[in-house]
Design a protein around this ligand. Structure first.
Ligand code: ADP
Length: 376
């Protein structure tokens, strides 16, 4: 709160009044007890110190002055006069005023320094709060952007996804018909019926799992960092893009290391990154006609605390000079491209505590690689 001059004036005036009363009482007590000049000086100094500690430069200076007057009037001969007979008494009074004013000044300086410190602490706290708010807003915006990009990618994968759902459903229908035929036999074969029904259940579950995975990708949820098997995450991502990959005449090979430690991550976001890299790989191979179009997706231990995933393609490749540019938002070389995929992927991997980078393949194409910290 900003204190006005009027407020300060009245506050100082009230303090001076209270200080005068305190000095009057002290004078009365000291005079009745007939204390000597030295003791009186010390008692008056105590009052000055107390006032300086409590507050205010003005009341302390005021008390110093009226104290020296009281001391002179009541304790320095000739009594009840402001004259001083002994030069030593003059020295004592001057020493008293000097000490009182010095104490007042030092206390006032200390108080100012404390106020300054608490003000800069408040400012610092304000700045930290502000930065935290900005970071939260940024994270929220990034999460929303990632969600939009995911939904857009799902749109591109409609053919692949509908195939993944249709295939098991078609199998359910076929097996259902087989089941009906088996039951219509004069001598029903319970073992065959059971096997066929088991197939129906398995295929229906498969279709339902695909739908659940798509729903998870399409839903906007807060990232959930859990312990994950990175190879499972890769397999699930492949399932969604498989058709897209095959449709472009690309063969997809996996080299997944076994016995990898679990990673700590958000399943949906990591899948989004992998799907992004796979689709980019497929698109980078579209103009290639003179060599096989092949994508290899590899997982392996990177270092003690990280697992590494690499997506290698045999596409047009990248120019090492502009490699970093690919990760900038809105950088695209595709006619209908948005240029957000790699930028979002990098921010997802960074938020996981990992790194996403690209390097040219020794022969053809590009290798996009990322690391994710292991869990524990
Ligand atoms: P978009 O796919 O919408 O262009 P991205 O951020 O995913 O956005 O990719 C940015 C650019 O990086 C692409 O336009 C392309 O030029 C380049 N790029 C991405 N992946 C590859 C790749 N596997 N091979 C060669 N270039 C790539």
């Amino acid at each position: 709160m900003k204190r006005t001059w009027t407020y300060r004036f009245w506050r100082s005036a009230a303090q001076c009044l209270l200080a005068s009363i305190a000095v009057a009482l002290l004078t009365f007590v000291c005079f009745r007890l007939r204390v000597n000049l030295t003791i009186a000086c010390l008692l008056y100094l105590t009052v000055v110190v107390l006032l300086s500690v409590m507050d205010g430069l003005v009341p302390s200076v005021f008390v110093s002055i009226i104290s020296v007057l009281c001391l002179n009037y009541f304790f320095v001969p000739p009594l009840f006069s402001l004259d001083v007979a002994d030069p030593l008494d003059i020295v004592a009074l001057i020493a008293f005023v000097g000490t009182a004013l010095l104490i007042t000044y030092l206390m006032w300086r200390r108080k100012r320094a404390e106020e300054e410190l608490s003000r800069s602490n408040d400012e610092l706290r304000g700045e930290i709060d502000e930065r935290q708010r900005a970071e939260e807003a940024l994270q929220k915006a990034q999460a929303e952007l990632a969600h939009v990009a995911r939904v857009m990618t799902l749109g591109e994968l409609t053919a692949s996804i509908s195939h993944e759902v249709n295939q098991p459903l078609a199998a359910v229908v076929t097996n259902g018909q087989i089941c009906l035929r088996l039951l219509a036999l004069e001598e029903p074969r319970p073992d065959d019926v059971r096997t066929t029904v088991e197939r129906i259940v398995r295929d229906a579950n498969r279709a339902s799992e695909v739908v659940q995975r798509i729903r998870a990708l399409a839903k906007r949820t807060e990232p959930q960092m859990i312990s994950l098997d990175i190879n499972d995450v890769i397999r699930e991502a492949i399932l969604l893009v498989q058709r897209e990959v095959l449709g472009h005449g690309v063969s997809l090979r996996t080299e997944l290391a076994s016995a990898l430690p679990p990673v700590l991550g958000d399943r949906v976001q990591l899948q989004q990154v992998i799907i992004n890299l796979l689709i980019n790989g497929v698109e980078a191979m579209a103009p290639i006609t003179d060599r096989p179009r092949e994508i290899v997706i590899r997982s392996r231990q990177h270092d003690a605390g990280h697992v590494q995933v690499a997506v290698l393609d045999s596409g047009i490749g990248i120019d090492s000079k502009t490699a970093e540019q690919l990760f900038s938002a809105f950088f695209t070389t595709k006619p209908g491209g948005m240029g957000m995929g790699l930028s979002i992927s990098r921010s997802i991997i960074r938020a996981h505590g990992g790194r996403l980078w690209v390097s040219p393949n020794p022969d053809h194409g590009a290798a996009f690689q990322f690391t994710v910290p292991t869990d524990g």
